[in-house]
Design a protein around this ligand. Structure first.
Ligand SMILES: Nc1nc2c(ncn2[C@@H]2O[C@H](COP(=O)(O)OP(=O)(O)OP(=O)(O)O)[C@@H](O)[C@H]2O)c(=O)[nH]1
Ligand SMILES: [Mg+2]
Length: 383
């Protein structure tokens, strides 16, 4: 049987462990490809089914016995869905059969791009699958429902009617959303830094609620950076515990300290931890001066607080007892997103969107309005 190559097969469920996997087969030869391997229990097969039909049967190739029992449903004139066992091997086997029957396999992301009405909508659908919290998903759902799309259309209309300064203002406002928007699919990076033995590992454990990092009463315990996924106030965070900052003769510890400094430079937010029961030192002050935007955390507040030295204001916590941890979590959430966007706010949430809008802004500044307009049109509509 000669089956044309413009029929596609795509796995639309994630490749994790799930009960059921769904493979969409769409194109002029979808029926023939499925009929090769699907043997229904009833009289109706893929070719003779009507839209809405759900068929139960077995999937096998000629060399196999019974094959796998599964369900095929017709969801369009040239569109079938195969619902099989959710294991990776089960869906792979069916995809291999469909490929051998002439279907072209594509990734679900490409399928989203082909089937959604516009690039920003497809991008939102792809990003939604990567959202880690319901709060980030809500903002992405707004974009899926057209918030960004309609803002881009308004800007394009302004450009077309020569209202370029308004268009420029709206683009600038949109670009300002990128810092937040890009984090909807990438966790904010929060690093806990401080001198050895102040309780950094204890803090990460208290913040994530389980024993992620080793806590020990010897300074220099944490060598390599330890990360944990968490969500604060609904914002996904990658929390990193790092080696205590000090000069050391130990090569491994030195490597840990250099890794700690590297992570600090990449962080969205730094928590500087100090031991409240110990005297405030010049080294402590140097750390605070080097990171003026950091959240200062005075740990071990269950012990008598040392009054020696000029200890700056900060959050008082006890990682060991849990005192102050709830307030610290709230403070982190607020520091990451001081003013969360209201529902339905248009947001830029991919690097491509940011690059395109920056380029459009440059073109408007250079008075090349047709190029800026074309850039927006490319974002608005699939080619
Ligand atoms: N009393 C008291 N002790 C604490 C508290 N937090 C940590 N400790 C103790 O302080 C010691 C060091 O704690 P860690 O969490 O390992 O400190 P660290 O900053 O990660 O240390 P390094 O990895 O060596 O840099 C341990 O003995 C902890 O039990 C606290 O809130 N109160
Ligand atoms: Mg540690």
């Amino acid at each position: 049987m000669n089956i044309a190559a413009d029929t596609i097969a795509v796995l639309v469920t994630p490749s994790g462990r799930s009960a059921i996997a769904t493979i969409v087969v769409v194109g002029p030869t979808a029926d023939a490809a499925v009929d090769r391997h699907f043997f229904p229990l009833g009289k109706t097969n893929a070719s003779t089914s009507s839209v809405g039909d759900i068929l139960v049967g077995h999937w096998r190739d000629s060399a196999e016995g019974q094959g796998e029992e599964l369900v095929v449903s017709r969801t369009g004139p040239e569109r079938l869905e195969v619902h099989c066992h959710g294991g990776v091997a089960a869906s792979r086997r069916i995809l291999n059969h469909l490929q051998a029957a002439g279907c072209r396999e594509i990734a679900w992301t490409e399928y989203a791009e082909r089937t959604e009405a516009a690039p920003t909508i497809a991008a939102a659908r792809i990003a939604l699958a990567r959202a880690r919290t319901s709060r980030t998903a809500a903002h992405l759902l707004d974009q899926y429902n057209g918030a960004l799309q309609s803002e881009l259309a308004s800007i394009a209309a302004l450009l077309d009617s020569q209202e370029t300064s308004d268009a420029q203002l709206r683009i600038t406002a949109l670009l300002a959303t990128a810092r937040f928007g890009l984090h909807l699919t990438r966790p904010w990076k929060v690093v806990i830094a401080g001198r050895p033995n102040v309780g950094k590992s204890s803090l990460i454990n208290a913040l994530v609620g389980y024993e992620r990092a080793i806590v020990f009463d010897q300074p220099g315990t944490t060598r390599d950076a330890v990360t944990a996924a968490a969500a604060f106030d609904g914002w996904p965070v990658e929390l990193a515990d790092t080696a205590g900052l000090r000069e050391s003769d130990d090569a491994i510890e030195r490597e840990g300290v250099s890794r700690a400094r590297q992570l600090q430079s990449e962080a969205d937010l730094i928590l500087l931890a100090f031991d409240a029961s110990a005297a405030w030192t010049d080294e402590d002050q140097q750390l605070v001066d080097a990171h003026p935007d950091a959240i200062i955390v005075h740990n071990k507040c269950d012990l008598p607080i040392s009054s020696s030295g000029h200890r700056p204001a900060g959050l008082k916590v006890s990682a060991q007892r849990g005192d102050g941890i709830a307030l610290l979590i709230e403070t982190i959430g607020h520091a990451l997103v001081p003013t969360p966007p209201t529902p339905e706010t248009p947001l830029l949430f991919t690097d491509e969107q940011v690059a395109a809008l920056r380029q459009a802004a440059r073109w408007i500044a250079e008075k090349n309005h047709p190029a800026a307009s074309a850039m927006l049109q490319a974002l608005l509509r699939s080619s």
